[in-house]
Design a protein around this ligand. Structure first.
Ligand SMILES: *[C@@H]1O[C@H](CO)[C@@H](O)[C@H](O)[C@H]1NC(C)=O
Ligand SMILES: *[C@@H]1O[C@H](CO)[C@@H](O)[C@H](O)[C@H]1NC(C)=O
Ligand SMILES: *[C@@H]1O[C@H](CO)[C@@H](O)[C@H](O)[C@H]1NC(C)=O
Ligand SMILES: *[C@@H]1O[C@H](CO)[C@@H](O)[C@H](O)[C@H]1NC(C)=O
Ligand SMILES: *[C@@H]1O[C@H](CO)[C@@H](O)[C@H](O)[C@H]1NC(C)=O
Length: 552
């Protein structure tokens, strides 16, 4: 590809509850490459992958939802929800099984008895029905390109169907449906097919390696071959490698790094769900579970960021009805960590329903962003919360703003903001947050001023003051989760930063520091995060505080 492809992405960003701004994202010059742990574009500017998974690997081998809505409507919905990318799954056999090469979309559904799906596609996407499966897949990629959506092609499984279990014979090299040579052949085919397709920015080589055969020796042998194969056929794409044990474990890389002939294109992917840890969240104390799960994650995969590799959380998600306690508690922790590490990610999932999943026709997907009919957003408050993670907090060339701290509140996806003088602090959009600094003396200062955050009493608003030496101006991240910001009142008692029902920032007794597992501290969790995002326009506030400002 010689001409850089320009992505001009328009996104609606909710900057405050009653203010909607149209913000034009900068042009992304493709292809992408890596600069240490960051993914960057041709101009060296960080591109944060904020993706949603779109399944196309189940038995019909057709991107889900095309029976419910026109393709172009779905693509536009993806962009309007603030995503810049899709992780589009594919089954290996779609590329390698010659008897499938001429199968049309209609025939595929017919052979599965999915006549209602055919009728739905006839209504919503009639031009796709008599294309071959591969042509239909190409049309989806191309429509995403028309809508400025980047695509990651993910080899999700070999034999089309719902993924993944230890016993599906698709888990590791040498399994019944996972012949390494056939896999390399399929990778070469798809990489070649999309060589020159600018919006295809990455290939993830295989989803969730697993099962009794898995071992590091075979991982190096085949994953390195896979990476070289893809790169030879399509030198523009990022090559994404998953770990062992359902994409949770890269500890083997501590002993032996990946050895490839090319540089600047390698990314690792990790998966993280509540159920990655069984029912630990529901049955345990969230502070302790968050602390120990994150330690584990950093030990098994997160260390790659410190080693200078991008780590793409290519699957996480939750039941969007908000009724799953295990998921809800996990998500608060996920949000804090994701703001801090500012990694690239892909939500599982877009689909509101499937043509056919695990034998069930038209199965609803409660982890889906879209509703059953793919016509609307299932839970807009979740999406609004997610929007705080869709743009980068930091990374090369994202702004000319100096590094500062912002204070993120994971359970709302909002940030601690200052209002006009005399008004209490409150939560507001992290898109343009207040800039803070966190000093070695543990004070939290409005950057460029003498104003520090102070605790005033139980249930009282946290305030800004200028006498910053007392205990009530020192803040410490406490508990196993390290997500409670605690301070001491003048009377010696300990309080934690909290919010009240109006999203005003207050201090209250710290919650759930004991082992009580019934207790949910999520509302009291805050994370002090590095940022070079643009800041709240300080002109108005500066004018009201003319004497308190010092030079940065
Ligand atoms: C991939 O496309 C580029 C042009 O975009 C071309 O130079 C190269 O030969 C192609 N590689 C293969 C393996 O087809
Ligand atoms: C190819 O696909 C057909 C139809 O799904 C299937 O019957 C056949 O077993 C597949 N062949 C191989 C080698 O996987
Ligand atoms: C590692 O995996 C390969 C591929 O399945 C297999 O042939 C080999 O026996 C495995 N080695 C161990 C030690 O399990
Ligand atoms: C890396 O692979 C090359 C062959 O591609 C080999 O010559 C070299 O010894 C390998 N390096 C290490 C450290 O294994
Ligand atoms: C959306 O999710 C929130 C929790 O994340 C939950 O409280 C709410 O009921 C959900 N709304 C819908 C419409 O499911």
């Amino acid at each position: 590809m010689d001409k850089p492809f320009s992505l001009l992405i328009l996104v609606f960003l909710v900057l405050s509850p009653n203010l909607l701004f149209l913000l034009q994202r900068p042009v992304t010059a493709l292809p992408l490459s890596t600069n240490s742990r960051w993914i960057v574009d041709e101009s060296g500017r960080r591109v944060k992958l904020a993706c949603v998974n779109w399944a196309s690997h189940l038995e019909p081998m057709v991107a889900e939802g095309l029976n419910k809505q026109p393709l172009d409507v779905i693509s536009k919905q993806i962009i309007s929800m603030g995503f810049n990318c899709v992780r589009l799954t594919w089954p290996l056999f779609m590329l390698t099984n010659h008897s499938l090469a001429s199968v049309t979309v209609r025939q595929s559904f017919q052979s599965l008895g999915l006549l209602e799906s055919i009728a739905g596609i006839q209504v919503n996407n009639p031009s796709l029905l008599d294309l071959t499966l591969i042509q239909a897949y190409q049309v989806v990629v191309s429509n995403l390109a028309d809508n400025n959506v980047m695509v990651i092609l993910d080899n999700h499984i070999s034999k089309p169907g719902w993924c993944c279990s230890n016993f599906d014979d698709n888990g590791f090299f040498g399994d019944r449906y996972f012949n390494p040579d056939l896999w390399l052949q399929g990778l070469r085919a798809i990489a070649t097919m999309f060589n020159g397709t600018a919006n295809v920015v990455a290939l993830s080589l295989r989803n969730e390696l697993r099962g009794s055969k898995q071992n590091a020796t075979a991982w190096y042998r085949y994953m390195q071959k896979g990476a070289e194969t893809v790169h030879a056929a399509n030198p523009n794409v990022l090559v994404i490698l998953s770990g062992l044990n359902y994409d949770k474990d890269f500890t083997f890389l501590l002993k032996q790094p990946v050895n490839l002939t090319f540089t600047g294109k390698l990314v690792f992917e990790v998966h993280w769900y509540s159920f990655s840890d069984g029912e630990a969240w529901k049955n345990g104390n969230s502070n302790q579970v968050c602390g120990s799960v994150v330690n584990n994650l950093m030990r098994k995969a997160g260390f790659l960021l410190d080693q200078g590799w991008p780590l793409f959380v290519s699957e996480f998600g939750l039941d969007q009805r908000g009724t799953n306690v295990n998921d809800n508690r996990f998500l608060n922790c996920f949000f804090g960590v994701s703001a801090e590490l500012d990694w690239d990610w892909a939500l599982w999932t877009l689909a509101g329903s499937y043509y056919l999943r695990e034998g069930v026709m038209g199965m609803e997907e409660t982890y889906g962003l879209l509703n059953y009919g793919w016509s609307d957003i299932r839970n807009s408050s979740f999406l609004q919360r997610l929007s705080s993670l869709q743009t980068p907090f930091q990374g090369p060339e994202i702004s000319n703003v100096r590094p500062h701290k912002i204070i993120v509140h994971p359970s709302t996806g909002l940030c601690v903001q200052r209002n006009s003088l005399g008004e209490p602090l409150s939560l507001g959009s992290c898109e343009e947050s207040e800039a803070w600094s966190y000093t070695p003396q543990k004070t939290i200062v409005v950057k460029g001023t003498y104003l520090c955050l102070q605790a005033d009493g139980w249930g009282k608003s946290a305030k800004l003051g200028i006498f910053c030496n007392d205990g009530n101006s020192k803040w410490e991240a406490i508990s196993d989760s390290k997500m409670h910001l605690s301070s001491n009142l003048r009377n010696g008692s300990t309080v934690c930063l909290d919010i009240d029902s109006n999203n005003a920032v207050v201090t209250n007794p710290c919650k759930c520091l004991s082992r009580d597992h019934m207790c949910d501290p999520g509302g009291q969790w805050f994370k002090i995060v590095n940022s070079t995002r643009t800041m709240t326009s300080t002109t108005t506030t500066r004018l009201s505080l003319p004497n308190l400002y010092v030079k940065d």
